[in-house]
Design a protein around this ligand. Sequence first.
Ligand SMILES: [Zn+2]
Length: 311
Amino acid sequence: MNTYIGVDVGGTQIRVAIFPETGSVPIHQERISTRNTNESELDRLVSLISQLWPTEGKVLAIGVAAPGPLDSKAGVIFSAPNIPAWVDLPLRQVLKDRFCVPVALGNDANLAALGEWKYGAGQGHHNLLYMTISTGIGGGVISDDHLLLGEHGLATELGHVTILPDGPLCSCGQRGHVEAICSGTGIANYVAEEIQKGIPTRLPAKPRPTSKEIAQAARDGDALALAAMDRAAGFLGLALANYLHIFNPSIIILGGGVSRSGDVLFTPMKAAMHKYIIDPAYFKDLTITTAALGDNAGLLGALALAQEIQS
Ligand SMILES: [Zn+2]
């Protein structure tokens, strides 16, 4: 039986799965931690693929989802959060030379979008916008049935768009980005500052409340938690209204921990989208939903990418 190999390189885990030529249920899969003091991350990745390499049939292609920034067209990772050794790493060529099969590389958020489109909540749509909102914010866009990459594969960094000039500091070093305000980190930072100022809340100052705890407190009616969720959701709705104007998707898929906050996020977010939109036509046939693939979105996106270079 011929197979595809999907690889998902995360900051904490490397996952490798062997998929049959048709189908999205892995025949074998394995995960290991990314960091290990004795071996380089690249050696660990190569040896895990070697271990799982099928003994029968042909491997048609390998698809790799990796944290960016990276050039998916050149197959080069510029830098990877949590893997300091990966600077300007030509990962596609390295794997191609080692395994002698076609290899494709993609940004993990882009490939999660591709995974949700092919195998998850976005099936059947032609224009899709995907955003993962957890400690950071990543995004991907399918435009007229194509994953939007841009000249160097750097397009659709939906978290690093300025929505509040001189606003809170973002993980990228700039200020006022969507990620700095609407991510789990952004929400937790805001609440910690408000508690410091003496704003009354049932949330403790220490240990610092997480965005999950803040969302729960908001559902329980805590005024500060509600204000924090309202603020993040309002800015998220503003950002999404901007994205609707640019991409005109028929489905918005939200993934990541913060997307599981429920109505305390979705109700003010949708209100803000309506407030900032220039024409109600953007809402015609628009579905707004949560991601279906969870943890597996990147891996299934890597599979979809491998299938694309083969077809
Ligand atoms: Zn940023």
